[in-house]
Design a protein around this ligand. Structure first.
Ligand code: ATP
Length: 428
């Protein structure tokens, strides 16, 4: 019977099994050899003996990370730590690995991030590295389920676009036949148009491209954006959806993958209660009280965000950002238009999400475009959607890799994406 390593716990003493995987380690003694076979669920010791195991004579030529198929009998009469091993009847090479490996899988010396990324297919064979993506997948699955159950439609908007979402120079140009096009920075304009189209609640998980030249542990040039937009809703509704979406992702992970959680060094719990909120102005007051110079209209530095984040246990919102700091589509706060109905979700000093109530009045939108030195004519495809009945609406964009970064306490966002695109890397 073909089984995964994790399935061996349900197999009876002496029963015959077939295991497929990689040869992680091999130790050849005089009349006995030990192999550690690894598959995507774990590792198991395989014992083989001359005369008992077909293929024994080629063991001495087998290289680490060779793909093998082992058939044999399970036994719990073993000295191995896992309390179970397989006595091999046959060991077959399915595909040999070249030697030496450019990156060790079990070597205790951990390689630098560049070597790891260059050999990402090997790096990902390390269970703790693969775990990042297993957890990411579960978090996203839980969030998807929540939005689906909350009446959101999953959509897919174009990534090749004619206009910048927010203007600015942070765009990758693409030659689109005879025209100049760009890779989209964000699905913002398209998800808003879908509110005018009457879909009412949409979400999208897809790539976002930023031609930002900075090289930091929290920026990528291509990242995965989880976006929502909801009709007949404001920033408070959007914040609630974000809070509940994140909680649902974590709840799903904990409920379905206890073994993942158990393998981590840090705790993962569903946050209790509402995420606290602090206004931008109150952040300034707080910083000033600690002797920091913080001016209205300026973004906080990472050091300042550390001070603000120090006040909170986990996730918290910074609300009412200055209108001058936010994109043209951000709705000003009625009666106090220097600030806006906007928010960022933060975790310690890290920004995880930006969101807001959006401008729905076409005249106000045109005015806001002009005030940001953008030409409304460049946005006519978008503005049209506001001229024939656009509901009030709100939404946000959450960086999946930033979420993994903070949840798993990673040092560098490149660890949270399979094949990072950064200032210098476009392969693998
Ligand atoms: P930052 O100030 O950190 O550069 P931003 O204000 O440009 O981010 P938004 O455009 O508001 O970010 O994007 C919304 C979310 O998308 C962010 O909160 C973050 O989670 C994610 N994000 C944005 N830019 C990047 C990036 N370059 N790399 C990874 N994630 C990003």
């Amino acid at each position: 019977m073909q089984v995964n390593v994790s399935g061996l716990k349900d197999i009876k003493e002496g029963e015959e099994v077939v295991l497929n995987g990689w040869l992680q380690e091999i130790r050849i003694l005089k009349n006995i050899s030990f192999i550690v076979l690894r598959d995507h669920t774990g590792t198991i010791q395989i014992t083989s003996k001359p005369g008992l195991t077909t293929g024994y004579d080629v063991l001495s030529q087998m290289t680490r990370e060779t793909v093998i198929s082992v058939s044999g009998n399970l036994t719990r009469k073993t000295q191995s730590k896992s309390g179970v091993e397989v006595i091999a009847k046959s060991i077959e090479v399915l595909n040999a690995s070249k030697s030496p490996l450019p990156l060790g899988i079990i070597d205790p010396v951990s390689a630098d991030i560049e070597t790891r990324l260059t050999n990402r297919f090997l790096d990902l064979r390390k269970p703790e590295v693969a775990m990042i993506f297993r957890i990411e997948s579960e978090l996203l699955w839980g969030m998807r389920q929540f939005f689906h159950d909350s009446d959101f439609v999953e959509v897919h908007t174009p990534k090749i676009v004619a206009a910048a979402t927010e203007g600015g120079a942070d765009l990758f140009p693409v030659q689109y036949f005879e025209k100049q096009a760009y890779l989209n920075q964000s699905p913002q304009l398209y998800k808003e148009m879908l509110i005018s189209a009457g879909l009412n609640r949409v979400f999208e998980v897809g790539p976002a491209f930023r031609a930002e030249k900075h090289n930091t542990p929290r920026h990528l040039n291509e990242f995965t954006s989880i976006d929502i937009e909801m009709g007949f809703a404001d920033h408070n509704d959007a914040m609630l959806m974000l809070q509940e979406g994140i909680k649902s992702g974590i709840r799903h992970l904990i409920a379905h993958r206890q073994e993942y959680i158990a393998s981590l060094s840090q705790r993962i719990d569903v946050p209790e209660g509402d995420f606290p909120k602090i206004t931008y102005r109150d952040c300034i007051t707080k910083l000033e009280s600690q002797g920091e110079i913080a001016k209205f209209g300026e973004d906080f530095t990472p050091e300042q965000l550390k001070i603000i984040g120090g006040e909170f246990q986990g996730f918290y919102f910074i609300t009412e950002w200055p209108s001058s700091l936010r994109a043209f589509y951000t709705h000003p706060k009625p009666g106090d238009e220097k600030v806006s109905n906007s928010f960022d979700l933060q975790y310690r000093e890290f920004e995880i999400t930006s969101g807001a109530q959006r401008v729905h009045d076409p005249a106000m939108l045109e005015e806001r475009l002009r005030s940001k030195n953008l030409n409304p004519e460049d946005f006519s495809f978008y503005l049209n959607a506001f001229r024939y009945g656009m509901p009030p609406h709100a939404g946000w964009g959450l960086g999946l890799e930033r979420l993994s970064l903070i949840m798993l306490n990673l040092q560098n966002i490149r660890e949270a994406i399979l094949f990072p695109r950064d200032r210098t890397r476009i392969t693998p």
